[in-house]
Ligand binder design. Structure first.
Ligand code: PLP
Length: 304
């Protein structure tokens, strides 16, 4: 990981190497915390912009609301802190990670006096699933680990503890030689990747999992809106693994993964086994928009 200079912690910028927490930090023991993943890009005009910052901060507060954590800062303060962090790190393109967690205080499963802490780090982070993956597609496998049931893990919230499930799935398939995991929901339908939403393309129509039991991805939402504006039909419907096997194209979406084509699932080629034309079109539109080249979407960019 590319080390930065400063990390914002509870209102102050702290040197990267001193950004530590107490060993009895409650979230470290039980996973009750929420986070976000945000990207900023250098735009065509040389400026730098955070992509859909408002939506990411809204989701951070929604995640906190779901798990009953009161964030002790206003949304505007957090947005200001994101900019402060980027400037302090002289970072013009990269990844931003706000986290809200419960500090040290009481132990046990009924945290009362534990202070709610907020931290924001930012660093350079290239393609999460590799440059090669973005260009030519990745090989994925359906994990034996099931995505959280909607009444077990709160699937709409980016809750720290939820990601044990994702790590188990990802580790399992990476050890078996694949790049990323696909997880089925508790009824056996495709849900999403370990940290990405999924789309398939069949005869020019795009299909993606409905929001019921998945994380409401902001990249997913962006792709839906951009695809519709460019004349594609979108279906938000459940689909099965055999429908995925026989799709013409498939791709993952996520802030980290951006738009990563899937060229193979469970050792079955998807379509021609390479970046397909619809995925390529969506990728091109998406990367233009995040870099400020798409006048209809200027409100998605928060310039630094
Ligand atoms: C964060 C995340 C995504 C992607 O959401 P974006 O808002 O596009 O970054 C998808 N699935 C899971 C489980 C996630 O944690």
């Amino acid at each position: 990981m590319q080390k930065g200079k400063k990390i914002w912690m509870d209102g102050k910028l702290v040197d990267w190497d001193d950004a530590n927490v107490h060993i009895l930090t409650h979230t470290l023991h039980y996973g009750m915390g929420v986070f976000e993943g945000i990207r900023c890009y250098i735009c065509g005009d040389g400026r730098s912009a955070v992509f859909r910052l408002d939506e990411h901060i809204d989701r951070l507060y929604d995640s906190a609301h779901i798990v009953q954590i009161d964030i002790p800062f206003s949304k505007d303060e957090i947005k200001g802190a994101v900019f402060e962090t980027l400037k302090a790190n002289e970072l013009r393109e990269g990844y931003i990670r706000p986290i809200v967690y419960l500090g040290a205080g009481s132990m046990g499963l009924f945290p009362k006096e534990n202070k709610v802490m907020v931290s924001i780090a930012a660093w350079e982070w290239g393609a999460y699933l590799g440059e090669e993956g973005i260009k030519n597609g990745i090989r994925v496998k359906v994990s034996s680990f099931t995505r959280h049931h909607v009444n077990v893990g709160m699937t709409k919230a980016k809750v720290v503890g939820n990601y044990v499930n994702s790590i188990l799935a990802k580790r399992e398939v990476v050890k078996a030689g694949y790049d990323e995991a696909i997880m089925l929901d508790t009824e056996g339908y495709i849900s999403e990747g370990s940290g990405e939403n999924i789309f398939i393309v069949k005869e020019g129509v795009l299909k993606t999992t409905p929001l019921t039991s998945i994380l409401n991805g902001i990249t997913r939402n962006s792709v839906i809106r951009l695809a519709q504006a460019n004349g594609y039909e979108i279906q938000e419907e459940r689909f099965t693994r055999d429908e995925l096997y026989t799709a013409d194209e498939a791709f993952f979406t996520g802030t980290a993964a951006e738009i990563t084509p899937i060229r193979e699932v469970d050792d079955r080629k998807i379509g021609d086994g390479k970046l397909g034309p619809v995925t390529k079109t969506i990728q091109d539109i998406f990367f233009k928009v995040v870099k400020g080249d798409g006048s209809a979407y200027k409100d998605w960019l928060a310039y630094i």
